[in-house]
Design a protein around this ligand. Structure first.
Ligand SMILES: Cc1ncc(COP(=O)(O)O)c(C=O)c1O
Length: 391
């Protein structure tokens, strides 16, 4: 993490230091602190920028009830991918017409369950999936998911999901002959990408395809769903949402009037709402290098390091309590608590001097962290406490 980003984070988080110390005294570490207010802030920021889009929060990113409740109150819609996620949203009392079921590959029983709960919009990306809708209720609406490769994204979803552009027309035909309604197209440009071009390219190609399908099959793609993939700043600055929104606007042009526009943001909504407090359990010098062992690691809340190659910022809690400038930074290795050599959170990472019991803080730990953690070595999930951030 460069010095500028570190100083930006210290300034932004300075007011938190005392509260975090109190929470550690009360609950111990490791501890995830969730501020639901940040969810509302990010939701409204995205709403402001993605003009005319209905936002379906991707529940998978962080399905915590405090997050879902705030989003429901903000008027958000939801993107679910499993029966368990359907139940979570249904439990909020949100009308299920505000949900879309976006997993392109599912069991027939999953479709029946989601339909029974009130979901009407589903996604398919191949002929076998389209077949699963034959004989089902005619009020089902189908989005055909397209694949747009984006190797620069941390998670290029097009390698696992999505129809090639050249197969899409035939797939739309299969959907229509299954007896359900072809509603339009969806895609996902990849999660935590660093470029604007994938949005421009995917929207341009989808609009062209929509016109082609209307001409050749007489079927209207009334909906275009641009998925998620709105990046956030971890150790370096991400593209600002305003720049992405400008590209989206420009790519849609006057065609935006012809379509219902959806997006499925996950990371952008929740990354910033949760911070991890972890402490140093042990320290050692190995081959002349300083190691510190934390009580959370890549099999726990830092699962994003291993699963996504995403690297959250890490600071010492003490940096927030003095002016931070006095601390001399030394490169060190921060390892997790399991008895396994892959459990390393950061190598050659600049930190002030640490000792056993010192608290280390990672902000930006809301998305794809606790959800993808495991119980390796029998270590229980890191508890989450809900606490509004000091301002
Ligand atoms: C279908 C779908 N929609 C939306 C998302 C959310 O993406 P992001 O967190 O990058 O916004 C994902 C993430 O995997 C996804 O698979």
């Amino acid at each position: 993490m460069n010095a500028r980003r570190r100083s930006q984070l210290r300034n932004a988080l300075r007011a938190q230091g005392g509260q975090w110390r109190d929470l550690v005294a009360e609950h111990g570490t490791p501890l995830l602190v969730l501020d639901p207010h940040r969810v509302a802030v990010q939701y409204s920021l995205l709403t402001e920028h993605l003009r005319g889009f209905r936002l379906h929060y991707a529940v998978k990113a962080l399905p915590h009830p405090a997050v879902l409740t705030v989003l429901a109150a903000c008027g958000s819609s939801f993107d679910v991918a499993t029966a368990a996620e359907v139940d979570l949203v249904a439990a909020l009392g949100v009308p299920m017409s505000r949900c879309i079921y976006t997993h392109p590959v599912k069991k027939p029983a999953d479709i029946s369950y989601a339909y029974g709960r009130g979901i009407r919009t589903f996604v398919v990306d191949n002929q076998i999936e389209a077949q699963k809708f034959v004989g089902r209720e005619s009020d089902i609406r189908i989005l055909v998911r397209l694949a747009f490769p984006n190797p620069s994204a941390k998670s290029d979803l097009s390698t696992k999901f999505g129809a090639e552009l050249g197969e899409a027309e035939l797939l739309v035909k299969h959907v229509a002959t299954a007896g359900v309604r072809f509603e339009g197209f969806s895609f996902h440009v990849g999660s935590q990408g660093c470029a604007l071009e994938p949005f421009r390219r995917a929207i341009g190609s989808t609009l062209e395809l929509s016109k082609h399908v209307e001409r050749t099959l007489g079927l209207t793609a009334s909906t275009i769903d641009i998925g998620g993939g709105f990046p956030v700043s971890y150790r370096a600055d991400a593209r600002p949402i305003g720049a992405i929104a400008d590209v989206v606007d420009e790519a849609l042009g006057s065609d935006r009037r012809k379509h219902t526009l959806l997006a499925e943001p996950g990371r952008f909504i929740v990354a910033d709402c949760m911070s991890l407090l972890t402490s140093v359990v042990g320290s050692a010098m190995r081959a002349g290098r300083q190691w510190h062992y934390l009580d959370d690691g890549v099999y726990g809340s830092y699962s994003n390091v291993m699963a996504e190659d995403v690297h959250p910022p890490i600071l010492a809690l003490s940096e927030l309590e003095d002016d931070g400038r006095s601390a001399v930074m030394e490169p060190m290795t921060l390892a997790g608590p399991t008895c396994d050599s892959a459990d390393v959170v950061a190598r050659d990472y600049p930190m002030p001097t640490l000792g056993v019991g010192d608290v280390v803080v990672s902000p930006m730990m809301g998305a794809y962290t606790s959800v993808t953690s495991s119980r390796f070595n029998g270590i229980p999930p890191t508890p989450i406490v809900v606490a509004a951030r000091c301002h």
